[in-house]
Design a protein around this ligand. Structure first.
Ligand SMILES: C[S@@+](CC[C@H](N)C(=O)[O-])C[C@H]1O[C@@H](n2cnc3c(N)ncnc32)[C@H](O)[C@@H]1O
Length: 287
């Protein structure tokens, strides 16, 4: 059911005017099999399934083939127009911002989102909305580019010049946020078209946990080494949301990031007391 309260588009349709590029970019074999993998991970069902950030609708038929009654949602009118041509017969399409979905609580029996986490402004907010619109006990599957191995700071092609290297790392992994190149309508690079909102792995996984999901399975599909994609299957638990350990103790993520791991000091060997287990001494270890 669509509610009136949230029919407002907050995010910008960065993909408006980009559908020709996106269709050629998103139709390759690697991305198609990743999408099929995500749908297989979600599995079959007969209820209502929401595809969040459905784009040009490439997963909609796959979901319908597995029995779901499909609703696709995206913030970009242009992307939805292509999705409509592709899948109007199998899916209901709704233009909406993933951060403020126009659906009532517990409206869906499953949800999926593919290749979107680097497009959302606030992943935890988007996943919190996914959580809200899901019925307790239902599944959510996300598949996206691997936060560690498929980001702007990972150079794969450049590694060809280095013996035994498959990827080179540039600085930047720890800095979340938008990575953009000057807009260029001729470029095939995502950063020059729509930008990439990079998240380190910890932020990515904490977005599921913070939204309230229980992670049930994690996969790195595909033959690439290192992997290009990361897929997470999660469940909205039955019953009221329990406070997580970190909700209670109020751990400050910034404080954690400031912690450094000191290199181990060379330990002086002191005589072991008789009967002591190897590796234990009376002096307590500073670590
Ligand atoms: C990389 S495309 C992925 C599309 C599709 N899931 C696929 O597999 O091809 C990212 C999509 O997310 C949409 N998007 C970005 N921000 C959004 C938001 N805040 N709310 C809803 N959709 C959003 C974009 O318009 C775009 O269609």
């Amino acid at each position: 059911m669509i509610t009136r309260r949230t029919i407002r588009i907050v995010a910008t349709g960065r993909y408006d005017g980009q559908t020709e590029w996106y269709e050629s970019f998103a139709s390759n074999e690697t991305m198609s099999s990743a999408r099929a993998f995500a749908v297989a991970l979600l599995g079959r069902g007969t209820g209502r399934c929401l595809d969040i950030g459905c784009g040009t609708g490439r997963a909609l038929h796959l979901l319908a083939e597995r029995g779901w009654r499909v609703v696709g949602t995206d913030v970009s009118a242009d992307q939805l127009e292509v999705a409509g041509r592709r899948a109007r017969d199998v899916a209901h399409l709704v233009r909406a911002d993933a951060h403020t979905l126009p659906f009532v609580d517990s409206d869906f029996d499953a949800a999926i989102s593919v290749f979107t986490h680097t497009d959302f402004d606030d992943l935890r907010a988007a996943f919190t909305e996914a959580f809200r619109v899901l019925r307790p006990g239902s599944r959510f599957v996300y598949l996206g580019v691997h936060p560690c191995f498929a980001s702007p700071f990972v150079a794969r092609a450049a590694a060809a010049d280095v013996d035994d290297a498959v990827a080179l790392l540039r600085p930047g992994y720890r800095q979340p946020g938008w990575k953009v190149l000057p807009p260029d309508p001729q470029s095939v690079k995502v950063r020059a078209r729509v930008g990439i909102n990079h998240l380190p792995l910890s932020n990515f996984l904490n977005a599921f946990i913070g939204a309230g999901f229980s992670i049930s399975r994690v996969e790195e599909p595909g033959g690439d080494d290192p992997p290009l994609f990361l897929a997470v299957a999660a469940v909205k638990p039955n019953g009221p949301r329990e406070p997580r350990e970190h909700d209670q103790v109020g751990v400050e993520p910034d404080a954690l990031h400031r912690l450094t791991v000191e290199p181990r000091q060379e330990q002086r060997t002191s005589p072991q007391p008789r009967g002591a287990a190897p590796g234990t001494s009376r002096r307590s270890c500073p670590t």
